[in-house]
Design a protein around this ligand. Structure first.
Ligand code: GLA
Length: 409
């Protein structure tokens, strides 16, 4: 579905549900992680791309102080007062909507000026490692900005040249919403990607300095082919936070050893330091750390490969990232490994890895643009043969970040 088709579906649903026409539409993309797996909350380096799969929000402001939301894909609704936003059931979608309002109000130090009623619709596969949740957050935030209900903020501050620092601030507010309200200790990757995406570009982010870049993927750019194993998971299921804690155990070791504040994040530990102390370190945690630190290196090499226009080298780094996730971080799964294997011999394959948190969901593959269809067919057939399940394959392209616009009535 195009973003315009998605919006039309949401507008129709809004009219049925709320009996009027919405005045604002916002749209925010999902993302794939290309390199830098589980580096973000360790202050490391990441490369990603926003993709042309979106969440859209359409709606109106309301004179009272209530938020009303209907999520088409879940056929579920929620309603809450802006003055007292309570967390709902763990893992439920309403927390992502409420969390955005909560975090924006917290950052502004005041309540939204008015309430709102919205319909949410999307085509980012859910629970598949493509950040449907960050695209939901970004779409809600851009709806609120577009509707002018965030005091002291106008959507213009977040558009065009010179809007990078406002967008970065917003990405951090959305991250805080996920960390403190939803309860997942995630980094900045997903929110950054949904807000900073650009068509035909990969994104680079240094999660410590917040320096970022947009790197052309080439002309014609490669296809980003997402293969959904149809296995799913929830970020709030505990594995993600456990990995976070394992990384922190290595930070604690070096902090104790060195004293002071020199080591605050895994990023502050060098690969050489890790190797020197290898025998003294916890055998599980040290492998997690090796994954993160070698991922940082692969991101740097990936940036230089893209700058040199060398997609083959970039692809090999992506495949090396998967091997490191599988062997050291142990966040792959038999289904994801089989999908990566199936891709390896398919036409046009440049590189492939699991996407996002891992354990289930999708793989992301960089594929020569003119072979994307043949690639998709070959992977689906080979995976179906070995695993007895036909994966869902999405041929995607790098896309622009979140935006909102008034709807003419
Ligand atoms: C999830 C999180 C991100 C990031 C990735 C793994 O997508 O939301 O912040 O940690 O996993 O790289």
């Amino acid at each position: 579905m195009t973003s315009a088709e998605l919006e039309a579906v949401a507008v129709k649903s809004f009219a049925e549900r709320f009996g009027s026409q919405p005045s604002i539409a916002s749209c925010a993309p999902g993302r794939v992680e290309l390199l830098g797996n589980h580096t973000d909350y360790n202050g490391g380096l990441v490369m990603a791309a926003a993709i042309d799969r979106y969440t859209t929000v359409v709606g109106l402001d309301r004179p009272d102080r209530d938020g009303h939301v209907y999520a088409l894909d879940f056929d579920g609704s929620d309603q809450f007062p802006l003055s007292n936003i309570a967390r709902g059931e763990v893992g439920g979608w309403p927390n992502y909507v409420k969390g955005v309002v909560w975090a924006i109000q917290e950052a502004l130090g005041s309540e939204l000026i008015r309430g709102f009623e919205i319909v949410v619709a999307g085509d980012v596969p859910l629970g598949a490692g493509l950040s449907s949740s960050a695209s939901l957050q970004a779409a809600v935030a851009f709806f609120l900005l577009g509707a002018g209900v965030a005091p002291g903020r106008s959507v213009g501050q977040y558009e065009g040249e010179g809007s990078a620092s406002a967008r970065m601030d917003l990405a951090m507010v959305l991250r805080r919403s996920e960390n403190a309200f939803v309860g997942v200790s995630s980094g900045l990757l997903d929110q950054f990607s949904s807000l900073f995406g650009r068509a035909d570009h990969a994104l680079f982010l240094d999660c410590q300095s917040l320096e970022f870049d947009r790197l052309p993927l080439g002309d014609p750019g490669p296809a980003i082919v997402v293969c959904d194993s149809k296995t799913s998971r929830r970020l709030a299921d505990g594995m993600y936070n456990r990995r976070h804690a394992e990384c922190q155990a290595i930070v604690a070791y070096f902090r104790d050893r060195d004293g002071g504040d020199a080591v605050r994040l895994l990023r502050d530990v060098s690969l050489a330091d890790l190797e020197d102390c290898w025998d003294d370190l916890d055998p599980v945690a040290r492998k997690r750390a090796r994954h993160v630190l070698t991922e940082n290196e692969r991101v740097l090499q990936g940036v230089s490969a893209l700058k040199a226009g060398d997609l083959k080298r970039f692809g090999r780094l992506i495949s090396a990232s998967h091997a490191s996730s599988r062997d050291d971080f142990e966040n792959s799964s038999p289904a994801l490994d089989a999908l990566v294997e199936a891709a390896r011999s398919a036409p046009g394959f440049l590189g492939g890895k699991l996407s996002g948190a891992g354990w289930a969901g999708c793989t992301v593959n960089l594929v020569e643009a003119d072979k994307a269809e043949a690639f998709a067919e070959a992977v689906a057939a080979s995976y179906a043969r070995t695993r007895g399940v036909t994966p869902e394959v999405h041929i995607c392209h790098a896309a622009d970040g979140a935006s909102s616009r008034p709807l003419t009535r």
